[in-house]
Write a protein that binds this ligand. Structure first.
Ligand SMILES: Nc1ncnc2c1ncn2[C@@H]1O[C@H](COP(=O)(O)OP(=O)(O)OP(=O)(O)O)[C@@H](O)[C@H]1O
Length: 283
């Protein structure tokens, strides 16, 4: 898809399998005391192919747990996770993850890090290198193929992480506060970069952030979770802002500000509930 075309969505009916779907998902952990800690309760989320969805909510409400369920790192206690209509069992091989922490191996060069996913899939070194060079160029790191992660800035290491994930052309991209450690300017550059690349793919993105502005500026939908324990979905907002977007400029759009106010009203209440219950526990 050309970068200037607007992403077009096929209307989904409930008979069309979503790219990823959580159906009545509850997740419980057993505390060291033996007590049951219910993190998520009866979560239902359908994410179509190609959709960019962010999830926000108070700290500790269960955002990363939701991502782990889609990645298949954790299994639901009740309900199920479906990937293209099929029940997910074990690790989700159609997904790639970009975390807040480093993805790259420090002892490998950029090209070895980026080509790794293809090498692990049995692609010959020369072919994997050719493909890696294309991705390194796409994320703006041409000329840095032989560098080690320690020789790169934080923003450049994030570009390596993106190239590492995208080279295997995942249908699902899972991002957990991927840009939160970056300074604000690098962060906006990376967000624009992510949107530009995503618009050329049909990947569905599930993006966790604490930053509501980041969520709105990137996404097609923003989901708000309630304060835990037993978090549920408080709101699911469609972000009908035009694409392609420039994340720094879109924030001044009156439609953006209206959405921000609406979603923040929901989120603020949950943050206050979470804050009050943390204070109660600490006293
Ligand atoms: N493996 C685990 N075992 C026990 N409890 C867990 C486990 N993973 C998460 N939890 C608990 O689940 C709750 C939700 O954690 P999670 O990391 O999903 O929240 P979050 O919304 O991503 O938090 P934050 O915004 O602070 O990153 C927390 O109370 C956490 O302690």
């Amino acid at each position: 898809m050309g970068a200037l075309e607007q992403k077009v969505y096929t209307p989904m009916t409930h008979s069309t399998p979503a790219m990823m779907e959580l159906q009545g998902v509850t997740k419980e952990f057993i505390k060291p005391s033996g007590e049951i800690h219910t993190v998520l309760r009866n979560i239902n989320i359908r994410i179509p192919k190609g959709e960019f969805v962010s999830i926000v909510g108070p700290t500790g409400c269960g955002k990363s747990t939701t991502l782990s369920l889609i990645a298949g790192f954790e299994a639901p206690s009740m309900g199920q996770v479906l990937i293209s209509g099929e029940k997910l069992e074990g690790v989700n091989s159609r997904a790639a993850c970009v975390f807040q922490t480093e993805n790259a191996f420090p002892w490998k060069t950029v090209i070895d890090n980026v080509s790794l996913g293809l090498r692990l899939r049995g692609v010959k070194k020369a072919d994997a290198y050719d493909e890696a060079r294309k991705w390194i160029t796409r994320v703006g790191l041409k000329g840095f193929e032989g560098h080690y992660p320690s020789q790169l800035s934080g923003g450049m290491r994030k570009r390596v992480a993106l190239a590492q994930c995208l080279i295997v052309q995942p249908e699902i991209l899972l991002m957990d506060e991927s840009f939160s450690a970056l300074d604000v300017h690098t962060r906006h550059l990376m967000e624009d970069e992510l949107l530009r690349i995503w618009e050329e793919t049909s990947a569905s993105v599930f993006f966790i952030t604490h930053d509501l502005e980041e969520a709105i500026s990137l996404s097609d939908r923003v989901i708000v979770l309630t304060a835990g324990p037993g978090a549920t979905i408080k709101g699911d907002y469609r972000i009908d802002l035009p694409r392609p977007r420039n994340v720094s400029e879109i924030r001044f759009d009156p439609a953006f500000m209206k959405l921000h106010e609406q979603i923040w009203n929901d989120l603020r209440n949950e943050v206050m509930i979470s804050y009050a219950s943390a204070n109660k526990t600490n006293h």
